[in-house]
Design a protein around this ligand. Structure first.
Ligand code: HEC
Ligand code: HEC
Ligand code: HEC
Ligand code: HEC
Length: 208
């Protein structure tokens, strides 16, 4: 019987099977990259807010302590977002006519809270507690980056499980945090201060 297919088709079919493997691998790789990219994690992406509140001005410039506004960060899982009253403490006297602050005054007059858009937002099934991390000496900027230089807030880390685990692997319970902090200098920037004006050293030798 005559050959239906020419011999060369053998090569072609082998090549196309091989090629398909590469294409599948390529697609999987691309999906993994997209899953980790800012496109999905929003890392580094500024979120719109009802008021152009600047951490750079208030923390970097004025030196207000993080805990003045994020009052529960050392004692509970939730860091806390300041109520309008905290802003009015100063803004009843400073910048009282600024248009930028009208939403703040309006919120104070009406008693309706400002609705800030969440920046760092873990899925609900993840259990995260600020107080344990703060009490173990992990500085705010290890996780949140150079907040005192952020005119508008963005999330610094991916907040993906890989990120939690990366640190937990080297900082396993019982290990001294100082050991893991110095073993990974690039991944864990030295903490600066909670209040840039009053720098202190905690027992890990970090500033915050
Ligand atoms: C004068 C008050 C004030 C001070 C001081 C302050 N913050 Fe904030 N912070 C806010 C307000 C208001 C928001 C919500 C608006 C926004 O996201 O920018 C916020 C948001 C944040 C967020 C994002 C919250 C989210 O939705 O995920 C982080 C992280 C944060 N602050 C960290 C810090 C750190 C770290 C410091 C100290 C270095 C600090 N803040 C000092 C008022 C303050
Ligand atoms: C301890 C006093 C203090 C507190 C508390 C405070 N501010 Fe301010 N704020 C200032 C001062 C001082 C300026 C002027 C900063 C400058 O021009 O350097 C300012 C400026 C601003 C501006 C103008 C834009 C800018 O960043 O220069 C906005 C908007 C603002 N504050 C919003 C807020 C909000 C919202 C809160 C509450 C979450 C708040 N502030 C809490 C002192 C305060
Ligand atoms: C170990 C990493 C880590 C450290 C250290 C850390 N944070 Fe956070 N922070 C997070 C994560 C993760 C979230 C998102 C929590 C969520 O979605 O439930 C968050 C959320 C926040 C929020 C939004 C409100 C909330 O509690 O969900 C604020 C404000 C905040 N952090 C401020 C601070 C301040 C101020 C410090 C230092 C005193 C600090 N954080 C230290 C990881 C950290
Ligand atoms: C920069 C390092 C770092 C990052 C990032 C980090 N952690 Fe931690 N975590 C620690 C340290 C240090 C401890 C305290 C461990 C000890 O000494 O017991 C801790 C403890 C914990 C504990 C308590 C464990 C216990 O012993 O009860 C939980 C839960 C936790 N982390 C969840 C998270 C989650 C969820 C994330 C990510 C969203 C995260 N952590 C990110 C450093 C980190």
């Amino acid at each position: 019987m005559a050959q239906i297919f020419h011999r060369s088709t053998n090569t072609i079919s082998r090549l196309s099977i091989f090629g398909a493997l590469f294409i599948v691998a390529g697609i999987l790789w691309a999906m993994a990259e997209i899953q980790r990219s800012p496109y999905t994690t929003y890392a580094g992406v500024v979120r719109p807010q009802p008021v152009m509140f600047s951490h750079q001005h208030h923390v970097g410039g004025l030196g207000i302590d993080c805990r003045y506004c994020h009052t529960s960060v050392e004692t509970s899982s939730f860091a806390g977002i300041p109520p309008t009253k905290t802003c009015i403490n100063c803004h009843a006297q400073i910048w009282t006519n600024a248009a930028l602050l009208e939403p703040v005054r309006e919120s104070f007059r009406s008693g309706r809270s400002l609705v800030w858009n969440r920046v760092n937002d873990l899925p609900d099934f993840v259990y995260f507690d600020h107080s344990i991390h703060i009490n173990k000496g992990v500085g705010c900027d290890t996780c949140h980056g150079p907040v005192d230089r952020m005119p508008l807030m963005f999330n610094y880390a991916s907040l993906q499980m890989e990120w939690c685990l990366d640190c937990h692997h080297i900082c396993a319970p019982g290990k001294k945090f100082s050991t893991c902090a110095t073993s990974r200098p690039q991944k864990m920037p030295r903490s600066r201060s909670m209040a840039s004006s009053s720098r202190t050293r905690n027992r890990w030798g970090w500033h915050w």
